[in-house]
Design a binder for this molecule. Structure first.
Ligand code: FES
Length: 161
């Protein structure tokens, strides 16, 4: 083997490393530049209106990606994020279902899974009555039905008390 070929081969290897390293750096920089920042509301505990101000049924709370649901027994708040891949489902009152536009998962009016591909129910936000008498949501705390979370004391507000 010619020693010049070996030196050339080493040089070619180093050039390839430099080129691939440069492309990788550019790729990471581009991904970082294009990344959409996550929306983080500054107040993660939000006060809503007083319970008597909400009608029976589903009230959308788009600012918090939530629905407030009032039944004859009280209130709970569903997180408006599909448990399949995170699309925002729509409330379809005629069907009394939340329907995901991405892959057609369906959830009943309580958020229970009716049809996949999602594998679990919608999550519920922590909800309680604040000292002011208004309903309050903790957007940092959600409860899952599958592990009994919907039965937690703050997954539901009884009303009238
Ligand atoms: S993201 Fe909702 S069904 Fe796929």
């Amino acid at each position: 083997m010619n020693p010049d070929n070996k030196a050339l081969s080493r040089r070619a290897f180093l050039v390839h490393c430099a080129l691939w390293g440069g492309w990788a750096s550019l790729g990471f920089a581009l991904i970082h530049w294009l990344r959409v920042p996550n929306y983080q509301p500054s107040a993660r505990i939000v006060e809503l209106e007083r319970p008597e101000n909400y009608p029976l049924g589903v009230t959308p709370l788009p600012l918090y990606q939530a629905w407030l649901v009032r039944s004859s027994k009280g209130f709970f708040a569903l997180r408006a994020v599909c448990t399949h891949l995170g699309c925002p489902p729509h409330w379809v009152p005629e069907q009394s279902q939340f329907v995901c536009p991405c892959h057609n998962s369906r959830f009943d009016h309580e958020g229970a899974l009716q049809q996949g591909p999602a594998l679990r129910a919608l999550e519920r936000f922590e909800i309680y009555t604040a000292a002011s008498g208004r309903l309050a949501l903790n957007l940092d705390q959600t409860y899952r039905r599958e592990n009994g979370g919907w039965k937690m004391p703050r997954a539901f507000v009884s009303w009238p008390v």
